[in-house]
Design a protein around this ligand. Structure first.
Ligand code: COI
Length: 355
């Protein structure tokens, strides 16, 4: 790919790495590339981070033809910068785009673009403990038209955000409301795709959860409101009587990169991982009879988020005395150990960027 580079005239002041929060600061530059029907992808460039002009009738603004990804660049103790399984994000975006009638952005170009923009803004990869450079590739329709149809033009963009913990609680247990009315996804819908619309439609439930003192919601399936699917914006796993349970990837659940990695590690450690249906009644029963030993969300932004309590209708269960479970902590330490280069990368999951 031939990438044109326009350097920012005056580089920005970098934020205090000890107080980054999540997704609040953006680096000096961004990657952009355009797509036009009949021409394909063209004009790759790295330009100063800034506003992107668009038509008021842009298809994205009216019909939400948009997809995105979330990944991170990590600074190791030796000062190296590494990515974690970037090909998984590239492939997931291709699948998301297919569902939204958007063109594929080829895997090799995706990885090349991510590496190129991270290399340009390499000084922004933080080195404080638990910090990383969050990478947000996204694609959106750019055609101006009010008829509901697939756009004939698109923009692929990558912005970067030096970040700390996703939740203000950090890696500490949170309270979760089990949502029995609103749903996130149904099979045949867009639940498996990473598209903005899924997140917009989840906000009301999140607001409801916050009003009840909960950090997030646990989503049930959209047909029977019976089987557990995801937690907030993450996949979710439960340790019940020594075995792990998580929803299968069968249409309504996002195929998480962290989910896949944790399942690999757990199976390697000898755990039985059941990918399938777990009913909310069985979950609450396990909570009451003491066999629900641990529960946690998995996602790129938060990595692993322990769950300390579930509220469901007028019932509630506390897990492990609202303390982070032993296995949850071990998984967090091991996975982040690989990501930050503290653990041997025996699965070959990391890719170094020469910056
Ligand atoms: C991620 O975990 O990377 C996500 O995309 C979730 C997002 C809401 C920050």
């Amino acid at each position: 790919m031939d990438i044109k580079f326009e350097k920012r005239a005056e580089l920005k002041q970098k934020p205090d790495e000890k107080n980054l929060g999540f997704g609040k600061y953006y680096t000096d530059h961004m990657f952009m590339m355009d797509y036009d029907e009949g021409q394909g992808w063209h004009d790759a460039c790295i330009v100063p981070y800034g506003p992107i002009p668009m038509e008021p009738t842009c298809v994205t603004l009216h019909y939400a033809q948009e997809t995105f990804e979330g990944m991170k660049a990590y600074r190791t103790a030796e000062g190296k910068i590494q990515l974690f399984r970037p090909e998984m994000n590239a492939r997931r975006m291709i699948n998301s785009n297919a569902r939204l009638c958007m063109p594929a952005f080829p895997e090799d170009m995706f990885i090349e673009a991510v590496k190129a923009i991270v290399k340009v803004d390499a000084d922004w990869v933080p080195s404080e403990p638990e910090t990383s450079l969050y990478i947000r590739p996204f694609m959106f329709a750019t055609e101006g038209a009010l008829g509901a149809h697939a756009s004939s033009s698109y923009k692929f963009v990558i912005v970067l955000s030096p970040s700390g913990a996703y939740y203000k609680e950090g890696v500490n247990p949170v309270r979760i409301l089990i949502e029995d009315e609103l749903v996130r996804a149904v099979k045949g819908g867009t639940g498996f795709a990473k598209c903005g619309g899924n997140y917009a439609s989840s906000l009301l439930a999140q607001k409801k959860a916050a009003e009840q003192g909960c950090a997030q919601v646990l989503w049930l399936d959209g047909v029977e409101r019976k089987y557990v699917e995801e937690v907030g914006t993450m996949n979710v796993m439960f340790k019940i009587a020594g075995e792990i349970y998580t929803a299968a990837i069968d249409g309504s659940v996002l195929p998480g990169v962290t989910r896949d990695s944790i399942i690999h590690i757990l199976r390697d450690w000898g755990y039985t991982v059941n990918e399938g249906k777990l009913s909310v009644d069985d979950l609450m029963k396990a909570g009451h009879d003491g066999t629900l030993e641990e529960a946690f969300g998995t996602g790129t932004a938060a990595v692993i988020s322990p769950i300390g309590e579930f509220l469901y209708k007028d019932d509630s269960v506390r897990i492990n005395d609202f303390k982070t479970g032993e296995l949850t902590q071990k998984l967090y330490d091991y996975l982040t150990g690989i990501q930050w280069g503290r653990e041997e990368d025996k699965y070959n999951w990391t890719t170094t960027i020469d910056a």
